[in-house]
Structure formats: structure tokens, C-alpha cells
Write a protein that binds this ligand. Sequence first.
Ligand code: ZN
Length: 117
Amino acid sequence: MDMNCRAAEGMVTRYINHTLSIKELEEFLEHVQSCSSCYEELETYFIVHEAILQLNEEEESAVLDLQHLLEQDLKKSRRYIRKKKLEHVLTAVLFLILIAVLMALLTLVIQELGRFL
Ligand SMILES: [Zn+2]
């Protein structure tokens, strides 16, 4: 599931606009972590994007460290992936518990019925 640079570059804008799927996001983060040229590409787009946002908001006093901001954003994305994966696991576990409870109830009901039949 190794992603190539062309695929990663095609995702830069979608990363910034938060339109990547969890799977895409995970692969993208994995790639930019190990590929410095794609990271720089992302950094450039991200800084331009943030600079435009700041211009629009007319926050004259806000002198933000944009490189730091990207690191924060990447961290946030990784946390988001972890959270989504955890939710997935928890849902599966809850589902199994529900099935187990239903089976136990069904067994009880069958036993109770057996007494009357
Ligand atoms: Zn690359």
C-alpha cells in the first residue's frame, strides 16, 4: 500500500481542504512523513492556504508560525485517524457483546419454554 509521489501530490489540495477519506489520509500522512519532497510540496500549499485565510480574516496582529501550524495540523490528522480506527474497533466489540447478550437471552427463553412443553 505504498503510495507514489504523483498520487501524493494529487492529494495535497484535498488534504488541505479536508476531503480525503480516512484510508487516503492515512496513506498520505504515511507518505509525506517519509518523503521530504512531498512534505515540502504540502508545506508550500499549506502556507499559501493559511496565508490567504489570514488575509481574509484581516488579523493584522496574528503573526503565526505557519510551519509549526502544519505540524499541528498533521498531528491532528493522525489523532483523527486513530480516533476513527478506535471507533471502528469499539463498534465491532459492542456488536459482538450485543450478539452474546442476545444469544444468552435466547438460551434462557428456550430453557423456560422447555419447562412448559
Ligand atoms: Zn513523495
